[in-house]
Design a protein around this ligand. Structure first.
Ligand code: FES
Length: 168
């Protein structure tokens, strides 16, 4: 069954008709031609498809497009302010925090959301009893909070410091 929906992606509104079984990731990539959200595993294991969905990070391969009609979606391409890269994007570049680059858009979106979560005092799995004021993102904490984003090239040695620099 098809359904017409509207999505706001990286600041631009799109109206499209999708099968109700279409994931948000497929709607972005296959229907709208927005390829900045990557398809890795397509079942919630790798994080390559991470987007901000109404401000929170989500694996776009795990949610249906129709369930998010009217949502605000931000991909890595939407983080920049015109020609000005987002600080997280600049930090990934300056730390050479990638090898093949396939996971990088998802890593960057996830890192931006993760820092917002930390600022809001959302506890992580390793520091459940921290207050917002006490949140200290050391490298281990960052790695734990980013554990949903895999890098098959294992560039973590540069990814974690890139995020840590923005977290300071
Ligand atoms: Fe969505 Fe891997 S493609 S988690």
């Amino acid at each position: 069954m098809d359904q017409e929906i509207t999505l706001r992606v990286d600041g631009k509104e799109h109206t499209l008709t999708v099968d109700t079984r279409t994931t948000l990731l497929d709607a972005l990539r296959e229907r709208l031609g927005i390829t900045s959200a990557k398809k890795g595993c397509d079942h919630g294991q790798c994080g390559a498809c991470t987007v901000l969905l109404d401000g929170r990070r989500a694996n776009s391969c795990l949610v249906l497009a129709v369930a998010n009609a009217g949502a605000e979606v931000v991909t890595a391409a939407g983080l920049a302010d015109g020609d000005e890269l987002h600080p997280m994007q600049r930090s990934f570049i300056s730390h050479d925090a990638f090898q093949c680059g396939y996971c990088t858009p998802g890593q960057i979106v996830s890192a931006v959301a993760m820092l917002r979560e930390a600022e809001a005092g959302w506890p992580s799995v390793v520091s459940e009893d921290l207050d917002a004021d006490e949140v200290v993102l050391d490298h281990g904490e960052i790695a734990e909070r980013m554990s949903g984003n895999l890098c098959r090239c294992a560039a973590y040695a540069n990814i974690v410091p890139a995020i840590a620099e923005v977290a300071r």
